[in-house]
Design a protein around this ligand. Structure first.
Ligand code: SAH
Length: 187
């Protein structure tokens, strides 16, 4: 796993998704070296880099040019540029042109979450997996409901991580913002 502090960051781009969350996501995804992964809303590339190290190919999409620039720098820093196709565009219109998806990760979707999930569903290979990383309560509810309506049996895990800060007189716990990982597998 890559340390949070090792990623190149920008105050205009959210991320990287924290290390412990990336670890749980990787574990849940059961990513294999022949998998094609799509990362919608790649932000700083935190998730794209980790999957690129383990999968066959990652397609990383973000509508924010600054996010694309930071992701490009992180891909280079971690030597995975050749495994990743970087697309600066809106997630919904981009995935309409992508077939053959084994793992789809939605890290940002604006108001398009439901439509994005519909398109992913149509493009996902048998046994393909969908993951939504959601901070907003609204995204969690919308994601679960949409996946249910598409015939999935979605799961949600809410992750609360606290890190110990070592002080002279003891260890103080500092909490990260809670985040949910919603997951679903195509049957
Ligand atoms: N997982 C990322 C952080 C994602 S932050 C990391 O580890 O760094 C969410 C990102 O989703 C933002 O960069 C935002 O620009 C992008 N985003 C939001 N809606 C989008 C959409 N409809 N299409 C493409 N990107 C989108």
């Amino acid at each position: 796993m890559i340390n949070d502090d090792d990623f190149i960051k920008s105050c205009d781009v959210p991320g990287p998704t924290k290390e412990n969350i990336r670890a749980i996501l990787l574990y849940k995804s059961m990513v294999q070296k022949e998998d094609i992964v799509v990362d919608i809303g790649c932000g700083t590339g935190g998730i794209s880099v980790e999957f690129a190290k383990r999968a066959k190919k990652v397609i990383a999409i973000d509508k924010n040019p600054e996010a694309i620039s930071i992701t490009r720098q992180n891909l280079k820093k971690f030597n995975v540029s050749e495994k990743v196709q970087l697309i600066e565009d809106d997630g919904l219109s981009t995935i309409k042109n992508i077939d053959n998806i084994d793992i789809a990760i939605v890290g940002g979707s604006g108001n398009d979450l439901e439509e994005i999930l519909e398109v992913i569903h149509n493009k996902l290979n048998p046994n393909g997996r969908i993951f939504i990383t959601a901070i907003l309560l609204d995204t969690k509810v919308q994601g679960i409901n949409k996946l249910k309506s598409l015939g999935y049996n979605p799961k949600l895990v809410e992750i609360n991580i606290s890190n110990g800060r070592i002080l002279d007189r003891g260890v103080m716990m500092i909490s990260e913002n809670p985040i949910a990982i919603i997951s679903a597998k195509k049957r």
